[in-house]
Structure formats: C-alpha cells, structure tokens
Design a protein around this ligand. Structure first.
Ligand code: PLP
Length: 388
C-alpha cells in the first residue's frame, strides 16, 4: 500500500533523545534505577522572578493574541539585550520571536530553501537541521567536524558550491560542545560571501562558554544581511518548557517569517514573552551560577571519563555536553549506547543520533547533579569493561 503521508514527512524522524528517554522511562516503570545523561536541558528551575512575572502578567490580562513575531516591547528588549551581548546594533524590526528556537530554525528553511537547494550543516549536528531542510525540499549536505573546532574547513570548502543556499553553524555545538574560533568564522564568512549563501548561526548555547569566548559571524563585514542569528531562553534561563526563542534577521526576512508564524502558530504566548523580558532584564546571577557549576562538572566529567580504559574525551569549551571517543571498543555507538542503557542503567546518546559523523562517539549531557553523573560514569566504566 502506498503511504498515506506526504513525501516530505516520510524521511524525517523523531529526535533520538526522545526515543532514548522513552526507553529509559519504560525501564524505570519496571523498577530499574536509570541515570539520565541523555537529556539536553538544564537541571535548574526557571528563576523565581521570571515565574512570578509570568503569573503577574496573566493576572494583568497578558492572555491575548500578540503580533505574530512578538510584541513591540519584547522585540525592543531582545534587540537591546541580544545586540549588547554581541556588540551589534539591532532594531525591533530585525527581531522575530517564536515559541522556542526550533520554529525559527524550521521556518527560515521554508522561507529561503527552494526544492533542490543544498544546505551545509555540521555532522555530527543537531537533528532538526537535517529534517527542517528535508521538509523544505532541500538537500542536506553534512560536513564533518574537526573534533572540537567546528567544521573541518577543507571539507567545507570542498562541499560548498553555487548550489549551496545556506550554511548552518552551531557554536557552541550540540553534540560536541566545540566552539568555533574567530579565525575559522572569518574563513566561513568569506566562503559564504563568495558563493552568495545565507548563514544560519545557531547560538542557543552562546551564554554557556567556558575558557574561550562566544563569537558571532553576524558582525563580520558583509555578513549581517545574509545571517540568521538564532538564540533563545531554554538553555540560558532554564526555560525549555516555556517555549520562547528569537532570531535576529534582516528586516525583509523578518516580515516573511511573521507571515509564516501567523499561519503556523498565530503568535507566542503573551505572558511567556513578558517572562522573557524579565529574564533578560532581571538579576543575572542564576545564569552565571549555572555557568560556573557546569564548568566545574565539565572539568570533573572529562577527567573521570578519561580514566576509563579505552575512552578518550576532549575538553569542550561550551554547551553542557561531552562527546567521548569510544572507537577503541570496535562496536557501533548504537550498540554501546543500547548496552549501557539495558545492562548498566545509564541513558546516553549514540553519536550517530547526530549524523554518521558521530559514529564511534557518545553524547553525554552533564546538565544533571554531579552525584548522578559520577554514578553514571561508574556504571559506564563497569559496562564498558564487559566489552574490552
Ligand atoms: N539548537 C540546538 C543546538 C539545540 O540543542 C536546541 C535544543 O536542544 C535548540 C536549538 C532548540 O531550542 P528551543 O528549546 O529553544 O527550541
């Protein structure tokens, strides 16, 4: 029988993290203790003043439709704060607010990618990139990473052509935690200009950078008019379930995205937008505390993983993931991840959930209490010993 579904949804799939989480929950329902190292969300609560501002906003009637790409006040606040963070002057007309960063990844693909257009993306990389491009009818062009550095620039240069419509950058990276250097961003910018491509710069982890610094390609000469900067509140302010994100884009694209938003979602919840403003303008001590805590966990996690025979783990500069190399075990990442969940009771993701370039690696999130991470690493150690 032919599929009842349109072609555009036949080749896309649910993010691997949700599949693993479902399996882990099923084991927990049977009474097993599972250490969760698969989840890419902060273990902190949303700051209390942010919760209170949303509650108050609801009481005050912020419960109606807003302009599809956000209220003027929200866009002005984001323009100022996100601009200051990046040393950019941004106007409210260049800001698009959406229910999470994800729609602002998906909708620009619909707005810019014609069927057959190629889109370069990191491999391993966040799975939404590939699937958004596929839904738009585009051709995903995965380009390998050079470990913690970001794109392998030689490979990028070999794959870019006049068929390339867009390059997707993600620094700090999910899943590797790698941060792209200023020098590499300059090379990528030159390539984007030479081949007249758009750049979608996913900067959702831009406030979670440790010894290095966060940078954006958007401030390089000639890049502003071809760049979509994507950021949001899920990671920085521990607000993943609120669904609030934004993009900084050229005004003409902002107008097109508003049209897509009005039909796809209407608008982002008004009281959520108020909460976002209070997150940006209020006390920044929680994001700072989280960053300090993550940095400490990252350091301890990398040391502990490198003590496991056969495991090699680089020190990532950002996000809250480590990406250890387990190639020495001679098994696929999927086999190892499944075994560690079923046998050792630790949920983590195979690198291949992020593309073929992730084969031989595992993604571990350290956005969970150190005691649980420590227990998880002990379990990984004894589980892997059975493979050695
Ligand atoms: N981009 C990357 C690299 C992510 O890891 C995530 C969330 O995991 C997102 C975008 C989406 O974030 P949001 O919760 O704002 O939709």
């Amino acid at each position: 029988m032919t599929s009842p579904f349109a072609k555009r949804v036949q080749s896309i799939s649910i993010e691997g993290a949700y599949g693993t989480l479902g399996k882990a929950r099923a084991l927990e329902a049977q009474g097993r203790d599972i250490v969760h190292l698969e989840i890419g969300q902060p273990d902190y609560s949303t700051p209390q003043h942010v919760v209170e501002s949303a509650y108050q906003a609801m009481q005050e009637g912020h419960t109606k439709y807003t302009f599809p790409s956000g209220t003027l006040e929200t866009r002005e606040t984001i323009a100022r704060k996100a601009g200051d963070q990046r040393d950019m002057t941004v106007s409210a007309e260049e800001i698009v607010v959406g229910p999470g960063a994800k729609p602002l990844l998906f909708l620009p693909c619909l707005a810019l990618v014609e069927p057959g257009d190629e889109v370069i993306m990191p491999d391993p990389g966040f799975p939404t990139y590939r699937d958004s491009v596929l839904v738009a009818g585009g051709v995903p062009v995965p380009v390998e990473l050079d470990r913690m550095r970001g794109f392998d620039l030689q490979k990028l240069e070999a794959r870019i052509s006049d068929r390339t419509r867009m390059i997707i950058l993600n620094s700090p990276s999910n899943p590797t935690g790698g941060v792209t250097s200023a020098e590499d961003l300059e090379t990528i910018a030159k390539l984007a200009k030479k081949h007249d491509t758009w750049v979608l710069s996913d900067e959702i982890y831009s406030r979670l950078v440790y010894d290095d610094e966060a940078r954006t390609i958007a401030t390089l000469p000639g890049m502003r008019e071809r760049t979509i900067v994507l950021d949001g509140f899920s990671k920085t302010y521990s607000m993943p379930g609120w669904r609030l994100g934004y993009a900084i884009v050229p005004q003409a694209l902002a107008e097109r995205l508003a049209v897509l938003l009005v039909h796809a979602v209407g608008c982002t919840a008004d009281f959520t937008q108020v909460a976002g403003m209070s997150a940006l303008e209020g006390d920044q001590s929680q994001p700072e505390r989280m960053r300090e805590e993550y940095k400490e966990r990252r350091n301890k996690t990398v040391v502990a993983l490198n003590e496991i025979p056969g495991v090699s783990c680089d020190l990532p500069q950002g996000a809250f993931y480590v990406f250890p190399d387990v190639r020495s075990f001679g098994r696929s990442s999927r086999e190892i991840a499944d075994f560690l969940l079923d046998d050792a009771g630790v949920a983590l993701l195979p690198g291949t959930d992020f593309g073929e370039g992730g084969e031989g690696f595992l993604r571990i999130s350290y956005a969970t209490a150190w005691e649980r991470i420590e227990l998880g690493i002990e379990r990984i150690k004894s589980g892997l010993a059975k493979f050695a």
